[in-house]
Design a protein around this ligand. Sequence first.
Ligand SMILES: NC(=O)c1ccc[n+]([C@@H]2O[C@H](COP(=O)([O-])OP(=O)(O)OC[C@H]3O[C@@H](n4cnc5c(N)ncnc54)[C@H](OP(=O)(O)O)[C@@H]3O)[C@@H](O)[C@H]2O)c1
Length: 294
Amino acid sequence: MILITGCTGFVGSTLVPMLKAKGHIVTGLVRTPNKRRGKPYPDIPMMSGSIMDPTSLERTMKGVDTVIHLVGILLEEGTQSFEAVHHQGTRNVLEAAEKAGVKRYLHMSSLGTREHAASQYHQSKWDAECAVRDSKLDWTILRPSVIFGRHDNFVNQFINMAKFSPALPLLGDGSTQMQPIWVEDVARCFIAALDKPESVGKVYELGGPDRLTFKEILQTILQASGKRRLLIPTPFTVLEAEAWVMERVLPTPPLTQDQLIMAQEDNICDIQEMCETFEVAPRTFRDGLNDYNM
Ligand SMILES: NC(=O)c1ccc[n+]([C@@H]2O[C@H](COP(=O)([O-])OP(=O)(O)OC[C@H]3O[C@@H](n4cnc5c(N)ncnc54)[C@H](OP(=O)(O)O)[C@@H]3O)[C@@H](O)[C@H]2O)c1
C-alpha cells in the first residue's frame, strides 16, 4: 500500500489515478479531504490529518509499505510556515514511517534546493532533504523545475490575466530561465522510481525538454491562446515593494518576496539522467498548452 501525502493537490491528483491504473493500492493524507485542488479523480481511502501532527501520521501509516511525500507550500499561512511544513513536517513523516516499518520513501523536493539557498522555500526544502538523507528508509529525492498542466496555478494565472488585461508584467526583464515539466511526466518519474532499486539513495533533477526564459514562456502562452498583449519589463525593486505591501494586506498574495528571490535564479537542469533512468521523453511546453482552457 502506497501512502501519498498531499494527494488532493495539483501533483497528487495526477499521480493518484496514474498509480491506480498501474494496479497500486493507494491511500492519502491531507488536512481537508473534500477540498480538491487538482483534477477530479475516483475516491481513494483518505485520512484527514496534518503532517505537523505525529498522532495522525501514526494512524495513517498502518499497513503502508511505501510513502510518497508530496506536501509542500509556496505561501506561508498561519502555522504553515516553510520550516514547519517542509522541514519539521518531513521529519514527522520520516519518523512515523520508520516506526511503522515502511521500506520505500519517495520525496518531492524542488529544483534550486541547495545548502545556503537564498529563498526560505529552497532552504527549508534543503533542510527536509537532509532529514531524508539521514533516515533509514530506502529513499529517492526528486527535484522538479516548475510543473505545468491543465490544473496548475502557474500557467493559468497568466491565461486569466491575459483575458482581462492589455499587458502582462515581466519579472525584471524576463530573462530568467526555467524548464517547465508536464505534471504527467513528473508523475511518471515517481511511478518509475518505485520499480528502480538503482534510484535508492539518489537525487534526480526533473525538467522538461525546453529551457525557456520567463518572457518566452509568456510569449508561448499568448501565442497558444491567440492573443496579443504587451509584455512590460518590471524592475525587481518595484516588484519587491509591491510584494511587501501585498503580503501585509492580502490573505493570499499573488506574489511574495520569497518567490521574487527564486524568480531571479535560473531554474534549469540536465535531464539526461531523468530520461534514461525513468524512461521518459518529456512533453514540450508548447504541446502541453493544448490541454488548457484558453
Ligand atoms: N507546482 C509546482 O510547480 C512545483 C514545482 C516543484 C516542486 N513542487 C513541489 O511539489 C509538491 C506538490 O505541489 P502541488 O503544486 O501539488 O501543491 P498543492 O496543489 O498546493 O497541494 C498541496 C497538498 O498538500 C496538502 N497539505 C498542505 N499542508 C498540509 C499539511 N500540513 N498536512 C497534510 N497535507 C497538507 C494539501 O491539502 P490540504 O490543504 O487539504 O491539507 C494538498 O493536497 C510540493 O512539495 C511542492 O513544493 C511543486
